[in-house]
Design a binder for this molecule. Sequence first.
Ligand code: SF4
Length: 384
Amino acid sequence: MDVGKFLIPKKILLTIISVTFVIAAFFLLQKFSLNLSESFAKDTLVPTELKEALYWQDAGQGKVQCFLCPRQCLIPVNQRGFCRARKNIKGKLYCLTYGQPVAIHVDPIEKKPLFHVYPGTKSFSIATAGCNLRCKFCQNWEISQLDPESVKVAFVSPQDIVKEAKETGSKTIAFTYTEPTIFYEYMLDIAKLAKEEGISCVMHSAGFINEKPLRQLAKYLTAANIDLKGFSEKYYSSFCEGSLRSVLNSLKILKEEGVWIEITNLIIPTANDSDEDIYNLCLWIKDNLGPDTPVHFSRFFPMYKLLDLSPTPLKTLILAKEIAQKIGLYYVYIGNVPENVGEDTICPVCLKLLIKRTGYTVLENNIIKGKCKFCGAKIFGVWD
Ligand code: SF4
């Protein structure tokens, strides 16, 4: 028998194999793309706990524009803003941080730092993940530079925060550690509720926020410590990816709205430690916020992306304090130093010791009803 005639010619065999391969690949790809579109669809569903953001508008073609902070991000569908905390889902902007605190602590209010607000009291302090700046020296970068949903936390309602604050005997609720602007809606709801319940709210912020949301928030804030990180646009853009002008504007708005302001200036060797920068910063504070605005010069320690710099020498901080006092600022403090060289409050009139502190502990308080116990001079701040 001639078996040769039953054999398939090599050319035809190769063609059959190729066609089979193409068909198999087609089905495989179809299945894969189905999976992809399924997961894409899942991702674009709006989880029930997500809160729609405030201060945004439709920008057409599915995009949205956020107006919460000066970046004013234009965000395509399924993308998030620079802060990572606000996401465009199906053409609407949602905040991913609402009810998602990654840090809850009861701190002394001195830790904020707020030295002229209910001294010696407890402050119920919260933060969520995310930030709208990129400071190279961030002390909390492990949480500030995270995607909010990458940290699994149980939902904590504003009601629960206020209830916990009351139960812990906290006089204030503080929005702190990371940048509170990126949990604006959560902060606002808590602050409104806290006000009804007789608890004051304070924040420690970089002040990089637009005017309208800041004015709305300010109605529910008692005090704010604002980081004035330096005094040049160059410094703000190269070290923080922010802008000085926006922060100065926020400070003026807070002052106009009657929020008690304290300033923190982290002095970093070779970056923002020139006498000229410190002089200009203090002069601006005196002229625009008043000489009664407390200023905290804070010591830098190598952190995050600035590991190659040295800690701020104590003499630089002392010099900064002298410059501020010569300009005429009444209350100037030095923070983050082991030595007790600049934490006490001194009466600007009789120069007697008003509040003695060590670390975050108040050892002695000679302010009575907002006045110096010794000479009766008015001491500016928020007192009982
Ligand atoms: S809050 Fe976030 S999303 Fe909105 S503008 Fe600022 S960085 Fe962009």
